[in-house]
Design a protein. Structure first.
Length: 116
């Protein structure tokens, strides 16, 4: 979703790659954290359980919590870096450079037609 928000900001608001991914990170930070925390708190009883059968459930709890923390790190830190790295390869060919291939092929633009 972070990439989708960044691409939308680039296309519709004319922002640079740096500004668009920064805005996307700010917009998506709270939903990403809320989702991760809900899953994390849901798996804490598995990780901290005691009693009969807990020796089988605890490794699953550790795996879930570790996976959530790792995916959080990847989402928040590496996604913007990879986005900016890949943005260097997009040709800056002026207006319409990032239009879908079918729109470029048929000479269509996203601008509304001028009325006379």
């Amino acid at each position: 979703m972070m990439i989708d928000f960044a691409l939308d900001a680039e296309r519709n608001q004319g922002l640079s790659a740096e500004d668009s991914i920064y805005r996307a990170c700010l917009l998506r930070f709270r939903p990403i954290m809320m989702t991760t925390m809900a899953a994390l708190f849901g798996s804490l009883p598995l990780m901290l359980s005691f009693g009969a059968g807990s020796e089988l459930r605890r490794p699953l709890g550790y795996t879930i919590v570790g996976g959530l923390l790792m995916s959080q790190w990847l989402t928040l830190y590496t996604t913007p870096v990879v986005y900016l790295y890949l943005a260097r390869f997009v040709p800056a060919a002026g207006p319409g450079a990032r239009l879908p291939t079918a729109q470029r092929a048929f000479g269509l633009s996203t601008q509304p037609a001028a009325t006379t």
